[in-house]
Design a protein around this ligand. Structure first.
Ligand code: ATP
Ligand code: MG
Length: 584
């Protein structure tokens, strides 16, 4: 009995109170309005920018999108949707050297898959090259930019340190006409890459290093995927980004924290350009970092190029195409992003939370089926050899509207190898000599004997008897046994390959170890390919990307490599979080 104060309370009331407390806690845990959303609400209320909200998602097409990008996408598109605004897709294609059309197509596919739409607003920073060039010319004429003839290392040495002011370039006071002439000639291709740059003339003593005459244009003599060889000078990110926001009428430019220190430059450049009260506002939030993986596009590309994974869409990759192939749903990813929220503090998010989100989603939606990954033959000695019974099984106990199906039962079955032990420990409620278990949806069986392979010593067959009165739903079906096993009728089983994926790295923060290369932490067991798995016959017609719960094992989806004659499944996630246990 429990006591609260002096009164004796029945345990049922204690339980009810606990449930109520848990529900209240759940209320508290519901994501509140993020600081960004609050800024947006305040701006709209104050009628800023005519009460409009217009955001953009600005990927650089130099790799595939990953789950970190999903965090930005959900915010950019999500805020616009929620507050009746618009969100543009803008490819930040200012570096002709690293960018490829393949990436552009994949980025569009992934954003649509996540559930967002930019309608007809697909833009490219390269669309603005002419306008940006004109703006640079304007800055030169106004004495706000100059061509510097020094090499990059000298410019960088003159920048000073956060505590020591920079030194002015000898070219800083160069007449505007001279800079203008040189800038045009830079663009005509008269000078070598690296020989000259265009710099904004701001303040070499500013406490913000980004304001110390930043480089705004450089010479690159490479062909651009959209503008070809038209340009020999290309704008730097800082010079293109805010201006592109301005050209598109963006009101809230949401980006990750590393751009916080760029904000004064963002504002300075926009202020040199704007002609009215309209002004885009940059707001920064924390990046998504996920445990046991990496988020750098450069490193992900290395994994692909070095063959450490099968491609950008390898189901172990944190890319959106990888997660999709692994069996993740857009709903689960959006839910995960919702759970982690947006803050101003960098942190590593636990991948278990992502796994929780997919389990929660598939629990409601994935039909339950029987699949045996490591088959062991069970023979029911007293079951007639030619008999086949169809037993009825619920497709999803969480959702009866998903119906039932018939599963064939016969004399020879497969069960999971580790569901039988010759010498079971105490409390092993599965099959063992003399023990009884229920075969889910069918009968209670009792293990009478087993046979081992003479050479390997491995158990090859388990012989059982069944009790006909114990059929599920029948007279003696209420007979109590502690274990229930999944099974597949041997004669009806469909063979399949199952790819069991685990975390790609075995270190929580593989990229954050100063003395070790991230590749040192690649998990050697991140992929196990199981052949000859036995699945119930209803799965014969499964097609990608169908998703199932293999009972007692986890969630699985049909892989794109699957064919009618050779089924291939991916394990999305196990039913329980095994890592949480290992790490305790
Ligand atoms: P790069 O180093 O190539 O610039 P990036 O990851 O910043 O890589 P972008 O294509 O520039 O890639 O990113 C597009 C948008 O997605 C940017 O607004 C960026 O801030 C955001 N973003 C990128 N990575 C993350 C992340 N891990 N979490 C949240 N947002 C991210
Ligand atoms: Mg970037």
């Amino acid at each position: 009995m429990n006591y609260i104060g002096q009164t004796q309370i029945h345990p049922i009331f204690v339980l009810l109170k606990l449930i109520r407390m848990a529900e209240e806690k759940k209320e508290e845990l519901k994501p509140s309005v993020s600081f960004i959303e609050q800024f947006i609400i305040d701006d709209l209320k104050a009628g800023k920018n005519d009460g409009r909200i217009h955001t953009r998602f600005p990927p650089e097409p130099n790799g595939y999108l990953h789950i970190g990008h999903a965090k930005a996408i959900c915010l950019d598109f999500g805020m616009a949707r929620k507050y009746g605004g618009k969100c543009n897709l803008r490819f930040d294609d200012t570096n002709p050297v690293k960018e490829e059309v393949e990436y552009i197509d994949s980025i569009k596919e992934d954003i649509r898959w996540l559930g967002f739409d930019w309608e007809d607003r697909e833009y490219y920073a390269s669309d603005y090259f002419s306008k940006l060039f004109d703006f640079a010319v304007d800055l030169i004429k106004r004495g706000l930019a100059y061509v510097d003839d020094q090499p990059a290392d000298v410019i960088s040495a003159q920048k000073g340190t956060p505590t020591r002011p920079g030194t002015e370039s000898p070219y800083r006071k160069r007449p505007a006409e001279e800079s203008l002439d040189l800038f045009y000639r830079m663009n005509r291709g008269e000078f070598e890459e690296g020989s000259r740059v265009l710099r904004a003339r701001i303040d070499m003593t500013s406490p913000n290093m980004h304001m110390r005459d930043p480089i705004i244009y450089r010479i690159i003599k490479a062909s651009h995927h959209r503008t070809g060889s038209k340009w020999n000078v290309y704008p730097m990110y800082d010079f293109a980004h805010g201006q592109s926001d301005y050209f598109e009428g963006i009101t809230h430019s949401l980006c990750t924290l590393e751009f916080e220190v760029h904000r004064p430059l963002y504002d300075w450049l926009v202020d040199q350009m704007r002609t009215s009260y309209y002004r885009p506002r940059q707001i920064e939030f924390n990046r998504l970092n996920l445990s046991y993986t990496i988020m750098s596009k450069r490193k992900l590309l290395e994994l692909v190029q070095d063959g450490k994974v099968s491609g950008w869409d390898d189901p172990r990759m944190p890319t959106l195409c990888g997660l999709r192939r692994r069996g993740y749903t857009p709903e689960s990813i959006r839910r995960f992003i919702d759970l982690i929220g947006y803050t101003k503090v960098e942190a590593i998010n636990d991948v278990s939370l992502l796994e929780y989100a997919i389990r929660e989603d598939l629990n409601m939606r994935a039909p339950r089926v029987f699949g045996v990954l490591d088959p062991l033959k069970v023979i029911i000695n007293n079951y007639p050899e030619d008999r086949v019974e169809n037993v009825e099984i619920l497709n999803n106990p969480e959702d009866e509207s998903m119906g039932k199906r018939m599963v064939p039962f016969s004399r020879e079955l497969y069960i999971e190898r580790d569901d039988f032990l010759e010498n079971p420990p105490h409390k092993f409620f599965r099959l063992a000599p003399g023990a009884e278990v229920r075969l889910k949806g069918a009968y209670i069986i009792k293990c009478e004997s087993f046979r081992k392979n003479e050479n390997t010593g491995a158990v090859e067959e388990v012989h059982c008897t069944y009790d006909p009165a114990t059929r599920s739903g029948g007279n003696a079906s209420h007979k109590k046994v502690k274990g229930t096993l999944h099974w597949v009728s041997a004669r009806h089983a469909v063979d399949a390959e199952v790819r069991v994926y685990d975390r790609l790295f075995d270190h929580e923060d593989p990229a954050g170890q100063k003395d070790d290369d991230y590749r040192k932490f690649l998990n050697p067991d991140s992929l196990k390919i199981l052949k000859g798995c036995k699945l119930e016959p209803s799965l014969r017609s499964a097609k990608p990307p169908d998703k199932f719960q293999f009972q007692r094992l986890g969630y699985f989806c049909v892989d794109y490599d699957s064919t009618e004659s050779a089924l291939v499944f991916n394990r999305t996630v196990s039913l329980k979080d095994t890592w949480a246990k290992i790490n305790k």
